[in-house]
Ligand binder design. Sequence first.
Ligand code: ATP
Length: 235
Amino acid sequence: LETTPMVIENLTKRYPGGLTAVKDLSFRVEPGQVLGLLGPNGAGKTTTLRMLMGLIAPTEGRIKVFGHTVSPGAPVLSRIGSFVEGAGFLPHLSGAANLELYWAASGRPDDKAHVAEALEIAGLGDAVHRRVRTYSQGMRQRLAIAQAMLGLPELLVLDEPTNGLDPPQIHQMREVLQRYAATGRTVLVSSHLLAEVEQTCTHVVVMHRGALVASGEVSEIVAAGGEATFRVDRP
Ligand code: ATP
């Protein structure tokens, strides 16, 4: 497994029209960490993750994952699994069949073991054989995470995976991320809730208006007062 950290250096993203969504952001993530990117709406979390997923290019600065620069189309993207809310599944097919199709369509060798492995971590149990039409929101979301986990990428990037879930579903999602991290792989997850990050992550980066305002181990950030962290929210 990978031992090189993920390094973000002076990352900046300006959108056409002039808005700077991410400003001079720098931090690193060591292998095996579950890093929470925390911040209120508009902080720039999604923009940061979209750069990490290779969906958009930075305006300045860079992201290095396993020693390789991430940019749209970069080969290292095959080692980064990502989840974006609202992944479309075919409702009349089972969860397992949907992932098998996806795996085959992504041009990788036909091997159902990958699908079984990801579904196991996602904790969907026997429901993997049921039609997706019958799934709850939480189950669909975990199926989308299983899709991101196919082939067990060394870095998993998840944008607000608990969005729209109720507390029991959030609890299950947390267990999924922890099972994944327990394999020694790295997880980067965004959230706007300190409590959620506190329960799920080992490390946290707090963003506000595109900039980093605090970072460290979750226990340090919590001890420093999530309150201090969020003072920036108020005008
Ligand atoms: P949320 O939780 O609401 O998604 P976020 O922390 O993920 O918030 P971003 O979605 O990255 O924040 O947005 C940061 C800023 O960039 C916001 O002011 C947003 O309006 C702006 N923004 C996002 N996408 C674009 C775009 N494609 N073009 C122009 N501005 C954008």
